[in-house]
Design a protein around this ligand. Sequence first.
Ligand SMILES: [Zn+2]
Length: 241
Amino acid sequence: MSAARLAALIRKRQPCVVLTGAGVSTESGIPDFRSPTGMWAHVDPLEYASLQAFRADPEKVWRFYEPRIEMLTSAEPNAAHLALAELERRDLVKAVITQNIDLLHERAGSREVVEVHGSIRTATCPECGARYTLDEVVQAQRCRECGSFLKPDVVFFGEVLPAAAIDRAYELAREAALMLVVGSTLEVYPVAELPLETLRAGGTLAIVNRGPTALDERAELRIEGSAGETLGALAAELGYA
Ligand SMILES: [Zn+2]
């Protein structure tokens, strides 16, 4: 029933831009960083994922990140990622803006992906600026040119967000006739701001999430449910599953 309503909304309100948070990847076995049972429940994020921590002791940060990167690279896209890629192929989704660093949208086949918190795709040497691919970083965490520890190109706490991605995200938010939020409680910047940008520009908001979000009252459609199940049902409703 709610998938049918979402399908109708997506057909009617184009272009549709999708905004995804951690909840889109939990069904791929990737824990939500900020949930009480998530990755940060037992560690202080500032100790491992802050710029300050990396500068003070990059080896310690890498000991924390190495198993995490391994977990991310062995995860597979789920029904939510696949449905969004299919909707993009059918011109029903213009772009996906994501907080996630796990590359699962890209691996599912999405082409227009804006990663506002960076991704694990590359790592950069903070000393000489040399850039390395994920495969290279998994092999060796030090720069081949100067020997410094590489920093994954994900946004650490205390670090500035990637300007080009943020600009593009705001542009997409303004252009969206419909912003579909999936798997985010909309509490963290910039995702908390982007739906407001869509609303200010006259667009509509739909939300798929487990649990309440900060903008539930502003949404034309609010679906309580998991990302994979709901978007899988949406794709079926549209005849693409
Ligand atoms: Zn270097």
